[in-house]
Design a protein around this ligand. Sequence first.
Ligand SMILES: [Zn+2]
Length: 288
Amino acid sequence: MKNYTIKILILTIFINCRFGFSQPEIPVEKWKGKTVLLVGAHPDDDYMSHGTLALLNENENDIFILTLTTGNVGTKDLKISKSDLSKIRKEEQLNAMKILGLNEENYINLGYDDGRLEFANKEEIIAKIVYYIRKIRPDILMSFDPGYNYQVWHKSDHRAAAYLSADAVRAAEWHLMYDGQIIFDDLKAHAIPEFLFYGGNPDDKNTNVNIEIYFEKKILSGSKYISQWSSGWDNYLGSNYKNYPDGEKERVFKWLRKKTKFIDGIPVEQFRYYKGIPDRMGHGKRRN
Ligand SMILES: [Zn+2]
């Protein structure tokens, strides 16, 4: 057994003893044939999971990304309009997905305004997420962690996304909720059995995914968010690093590498895994 594996095992036992919750019975690295839906607030929230998405895609899982906002205020560049930024950020996200091997057809953007998700019509958003849950019928939901025994503080759109997706998951399994979708859209109620929550409290994370093989792919896909993580944040000069000051690409790559979590020299992505009914995803001891 590799030194790394032993350390991960000890860490897992420690976490399980401390918090009483479980990792997946089958490690994420061995998941196959599953349908995965990732819900994010902005067109770069998926980056936290890019190594895992690349791995899951390679292992013949079907991956969908649903982004709630267009990301249309995420810039300090005074020259860019909201509509231009929406287009830029959509292009960046699709370019990143392409690197990960994900299809454009598997991308959904609900088009809400960046920074104002909490003030949008919540029931309308939940109904839309429910629609896609019933249509896609995922086995796994990946989303911002709504919290475990307490609410996790996220910045506004992220906390809205955490709760909206959790509430949508609950609604999707009841056929009399949003029953117009069942009657008129020929959809069926759907219960999502497993969850990988990202972006939560580090103490709550119980699952490390080894992304060593996909690390460079993650860095490359992350580098596509040029409006967010380069000098393009202040002064956007297009989607090609050639238009930017010397060494820009290298700086972004270096920053993304530094941002990655390593355990014993191995790059990992960390999640809180949960299996069970939506009502218990945020509290109590796991039954499994
Ligand atoms: Zn975000």
